[in-house]
Design a protein around this ligand. Structure first.
Ligand code: EPZ
Length: 428
């Protein structure tokens, strides 16, 4: 059983370099299948989600070669199957992108229904609505396998009923080689959507409008291999920014695109940080006070839902009452019980959390109930008195490259242990 032990009360300062964006990588790596050629992808994050995708690509017949720690060469000429490897897909939400790319390449794709972080119902109806508009039928086969297939993919006009990152990217993937023009409306506008479109365009696709709510895709017959560098991870950057706020710290967050962090910077200024933007970095200096704030998550360019648990953890020690409203996911406050174990005063009513700032948090055994909830526990641990013991850190390692090293370099006292509970007390 692997755990993180975090000793609270240490100020974080120094520099941290942000890795490539997880949520871009999990779409761009499968997208290489669309080209039947060789792609070189740079700035890939070294996280378990990426390891799983590279393994899935290999299992499907691609040849994968790590050029260095952050660059991979993928030759997809040998991909021989339209079936997504079942074991990995079941535990991995973003495996749904393989449906779009396999449909684009083979006009048929089969996959177990995707798993992933558990914060409520995670439907893929909008992905299927898009595939269907392009001419693909779907059915659920024996064993919970979804099969999507078309004789031909033909461009169409598609209006998404909800703003969905996954549906926008997946339908884009399927439409890139469809016949004629596809127009996607009510699209999500996250930075990783623009990144995927840029990658596909570098392979010869014709996609315009990514980053706005209307995306136009003129289908092309063939795509070719490309060299591409993935954007930095907005949420990893935001998480380190919150760590500065939580510890009265001073952190220079490097290798980022400041524009992607605007909604996070604005809220951190509100809670009492001084933020300076540079070309590819942002410096967060805490005033030492955490002011109360009201925050509502929204699709990009709003405050990201993937930063909601981290900011909630921070506000546990604010100087008054804060209200955090989650408007993207139905059940993304499950982790709040863990914060309460540490002395947080939070009342949740549906999608709204009311957080009464407390004088102190106390280190306690808690769980990383999902990836960002895990990051929230790390932040709470930094602020708490004593040692916080975080279970299920595999969730954290799905999305944060080298978090122990990066945090240690900033002065955090954090360790990973495989241990029995009674050993914890003497571990740090
Ligand atoms: C992506 O999930 C991210 N995951 C999530 O990040 C992130 O929380 C989410 O976008 C929102 O930003 C990846 O990119 C791999 P959605 P996704 O489709 O695409 C509803 C993290 O921590 N919906 O934008 O699955 C859905 O229920 C992860 O890094 C439908 O109703 O999210 C939700 O309420 C966790 N029908 C809303 O839309 C659909 O067909 C947004 O979901 C699809 C979605």
């Amino acid at each position: 059983m692997e755990k993180f032990l975090v000793e609270g009360g240490h100020r974080l300062s120094g520099e941290v370099t942000i890795s490539g964006a997880k949520n871009a990588a999990v779409a761009i790596l499968p997208a290489t299948i669309l080209c039947e050629d060789v792609c070189v992808i740079e700035n890939i994050p070294n996280i378990s989600d990426v390891t799983i995708i590279l393994q899935m690509l290999q299992d499907m017949g691609a040849s994968v070669r790590l050029v260095n720690k952050t660059t991979v060469e993928i030759d997809t000429r040998g991909v021989f199957t339209n079936m997504v490897p079942a074991e990995q897909a079941r535990h991995f939400r973003a495996s749904y992108y393989f449906l779009g790319v396999l449909l684009g390449r083979f006009k048929e794709a089969r996959s177990p229904l995707p798993g992933g972080c558990d914060f409520g119902d995670r439907p893929i109806d909008q992905h299927l609505k898009g595939f269907s508009a392009l001419g693909a039928e779907h059915e659920i086969e024996h064993g919970g396998i979804i099969r999507v297939a078309a004789d031909r993919l033909i461009g169409n006009q598609i209006y998404f009923d909800v703003v969905s990152v996954g549906a926008t990217m997946n339908v884009m993937l399927a439409a890139v080689k469809a016949e004629g023009m596809t127009i996607l409306e009510n699209c999500a506008r996250e930075p990783h959507i623009v990144d995927l479109a840029n990658f596909l365009n570098s392979m010869g696709a014709d996609i315009r409008g990514a980053g706005t709510d209307v995306i136009k895709i003129r289908g092309v017959k063939e795509l070719h291999g490309a060299n591409y560098s993935i954007i930095p991870d907005q949420i990893e950057a935001g998480t380190y920014m919150v760590m500065a706020a939580a510890t009265g710290g001073d952190i220079l967050v490097k290798n980022i695109i400041p524009k992607h962090l605007e909604s996070i910077s604005q809220k951190l200024e509100l809670v009492g940080c001084n933020i300076t933007e540079y070309d590819e970095a942002v410096r967060v200096v805490s005033s030492g006070i955490i002011r109360k704030a009201n925050i509502k998550t929204m699709p990009h360019p709003g405050f990201p839902t993937d930063m909601q648990p981290q900011i909630t953890a921070l506000l546990c020690m604010a100087d008054g009452t804060s209200i955090v409203t989650e408007s993207v996911w139905d059940h993304r406050f499950k982790y709040v019980d863990e914060l309460r174990r540490m002395g947080a005063d939070i009342v949740v009513d549906g999608k709204v959390a009311v957080i009464e700032g407390v004088e102190s948090l106390k280190g306690a055994p808690v769980k990383a109930t999902d990836l960002r909830a895990g990051a929230a526990m790390v932040i709470a641990g930094l602020m708490a008195e004593g040692v916080t013991e975080i279970e299920d850190v595999r969730h954290i390692e799905r999305g944060y490259e080298n978090i122990l090293f990066k945090m240690s370099m900033l002065g955090a006292r954090i360790k990973k242990m495989e241990m029995l509970p009674q050993q914890v007390v003497t571990a740090l």
